[in-house]
Structure formats: C-alpha cells, structure tokens
Design a protein around this ligand. Structure first.
Ligand code: SF4
Length: 372
C-alpha cells in the first residue's frame, strides 16, 4: 500500500467554513473512536507502506501518548513508511510533543495556520496567535522534525492584497520547508454558505481570488519554493510524498470515519457517521462505505485530471503504458481547445498546464473528467 491516511476527527472548536468530518472534542468519544480505529487497523492485512498521514479534524486534540500508541500500531501493520505526517493546530501543541512524535517516527508536520493576520484568524473562527505559530515552528526545529509545512488560506472575507502578502511573508520569514496555499471554498451547508447567501459581496469573485493566487505564486517562488502542485510549494527535498501519490493516481488506504481509499481500481469512502463507524469497526464488521469502480475512460480521465494538477503534468508514454491511452489522440479535441487558448502546453513527452492554465485548472481538469 503506497499511502495510509488516518482520520482523527476531533477539534477544539468547529470552524465555520469547514465541511470535513469532525466533531467537538470530548474525551470519552475521542477514546471510543481510537478504540474503533485500533480495531480497524487490526482487521487490515499487514502490508508495506511508503507514507502514513494523520489528518483531521485536529490530530493533536489527542494527547501525545495516544498519538504515539496509534503510530506504534500503524507501523506494526504498515511497515517501512519513510514519510509520516501529522497535522497540528498550533494552539494545542505542548512542550515535548514534537520530540515524542519524532521518536515515534514522524518526519513531517503540517501546521494549520491559515493566516498570520489577527482579524482574518478571527473571521476564520480560529483562535491561535501569531506568536504561537513562531513558537511551534521553533519547537519543530528543536525537535529536528525533517519537514515543516504551513497551510494558508486566501480569499478570506476582509482580506486584502497587502494582508495576504503579510501572511506569506511571515511564513517565508519563519523558514518553513513547505507551504500549502488554498483558495477559500465555500462549502454547502456550512455557516459560511449561509453568510454568503446573506452577503455575497463579502466574498471574492474569481478575478480577485486569482490576483491573490498570483501573489502567492510570485512571492513563494521568489523565496525559493517550487510550485509542484496547484496549491503546494516546497523547498527542494521537501515535497509531500503522501500527496504526490494521490496525484500519481497511486493506491492508498483510508482509516477512520469519512476516510477515502483507492485499492484495486475501486474508490471507496467510509461513512461519515460517528456511531456507524465506531459500532461497525468495534464489532469487526466492514465499515459502511460508498464505493465505485473506476474503469476505462473514467479511470483515465481521473488520472489525467490528477496529473495535470502537478508541475510535471501528464507523462504521455507513461499514460500509454499504464492506462493504454494516447492522451493527444484520445482527448484530441480537449487538448487542442486548451492548447489554442494558451492553457495547456506540450513539453517533450508531457502535456501540462501553462502559467495561465494554472489559474483555470479546475476548468481544464474538469474537461478531461467529463469528456465522453
Ligand atoms: S478547519 Fe480544521 S480545525 Fe477547523 S473544524 Fe475543520 S478540521 Fe477542525
């Protein structure tokens, strides 16, 4: 198994823009969930893994002893992972956490910062301070965690070009190894969706959002970060192998409520219900899931869409060998439409998004998925 994802869904509070599977932290529910997770891990066939990723939710809502125990069990079942990531909320980091994580095999920290501007942090419903982030990055360095990544969000209501530059500059000045910069997505049925329905003018349109995205690309590249995927930037040697496997359409297993897997051509997603997940996992039953087999044109379209997200793009010979498709021929009309409008380009044995195409990636990628 190339990648193992583990979902830890408890958070100290719930952010109004978020539609992940998550619940407010309660110690007894969190313990019960962990027991269910152990049962699910025990039910898996032992297999080698390249990467393990503890995501959430807020994984460090669990105390470090619980995280270490979880990692011990995961590494017994899925041996050999060279990259182990944990997402952390900077408010919840306690002295000694990172040393314990590192000793348990963690190589990568992904710190949920979102913004370094207090008013934006408040708008996003988050509670950390800017000083806390600097302290946490320093603690990660002291603990000699190999790669430190920050998440930032742009197109936050109230954000300006200059406040966005301040956040980017703060991340760069901290010298983190990796930075993810995501445009805010307003998900249905979240408090943000209700806000936008009441006050649409508070939110960014595509053009203004594109301006902030351009600032991110420019500043991060100037600071030596390579944009290796639409939203991800890394110093040399610090790309996230776990996510690279997703974009390479590699196999992965997802453990926990709402977690997605892709195995043997079948994509499946576990139930988002706490009760259903915990009851079935603890009873040793298969977790209620939705699944679909990706075959033929559909599988190829998804693979093109994922590969186009990366700087490397679609390897033409590789796609022929792996999926039996000739991208230039089989998708000729899509390729020529976007090539003629300057959004796609052919470079050697690859097709990739142009600098302009990166800004319209969703349109270009979507066209490959829906192509009949
Ligand atoms: S954004 Fe992160 S911390 Fe906030 S509710 Fe969602 S999972 Fe929890």
């Amino acid at each position: 198994m190339a990648g193992v994802y583990v979902h830890l869904p408890f958070c100290p509070y719930l952010c109004p823009y978020c539609d992940f599977v998550k619940w407010p932290h309660r110690a007894s529910a969190a313990r019960g969930y962990l027991e269910a997770l152990y049962a699910e891990i025990d039910g898996e066939q032992p297999a080698p893994a390249d990467t393990i990723f503890l995501g959430g939710g807020t994984p460090n809502a669990y105390d470090r002893g619980q995280i270490v125990e979880l990692l011990v069990r995961l590494r017994e079942r899925f041996r050999g992972a060279g990259e182990i990531t944990i997402e952390v909320n900077p408010e919840l980091v306690r002295e000694g956490d990172f040393e314990a994580y590192r000793n348990a095999g963690v190589t990568r920290l992904s710190i949920g910062v979102q913004s370094f501007v207090s008013s934006e942090i408040a708008t996003l419903g988050r509670k950390h301070t800017v000083d806390q982030v600097a302290t946490v990055v320093g603690a990660a360095r002291d603990a000699q965690i190999e790669s430190v990544s920050l998440d930032l969000i742009f197109a936050v209501p109230g954000q300006t070009a200059s406040s966005w530059q301040r956040s980017l500059q703060a991340a760069i000045s901290l010298g983190v190894d990796h930075c993810s910069a995501y445009g805010l997505t307003v998900e249905e049925k979240t408090p943000y969706a209700a806000w936008r329905a009441r006050e649409p003018g508070a939110f960014f349109d595509d053009e203004r959002e594109g301006e902030l995205y351009a600032i991110a690309i420019e500043m991060l590249q100037r600071a030596g970060y390579q944009q290796y995927e639409i939203s991800n930037f890394a110093q040399p040697g610090h790309r996230c192998a776990h996510n690279l496997n997703y974009w390479a359409n590699g196999e992965y297993i997802g453990l926990g409520a709402g977690a997605a897997s892709y195995r043997n051509g079948v994509r499946s997603v576990h139930t988002r219900s706490f009760e259903e997940y915990v009851a079935s996992a603890r009873a040793g039953q298969s977790i209620p899931s939705q699944s679909e087999r990706l075959e033929g044109r559909r599988r190829a379209g998804e693979a093109v869409m994922l590969a186009l997200r990366t700087a490397q793009g679609v390897g033409l010979s590789e796609f022929k060998e792996r999926y039996g498709i000739d991208v230039l021929k089989d998708y000729a009309s899509v390729v020529s439409r976007f090539a003629s409008t300057g959004l796609l380009e052919r470079v050697g044995d690859t097709v990739r998004l142009t600098r302009r195409g990166v800004f319209l990636a969703n349109d270009v990628c979507g066209a490959f998925v829906t192509f009949e």
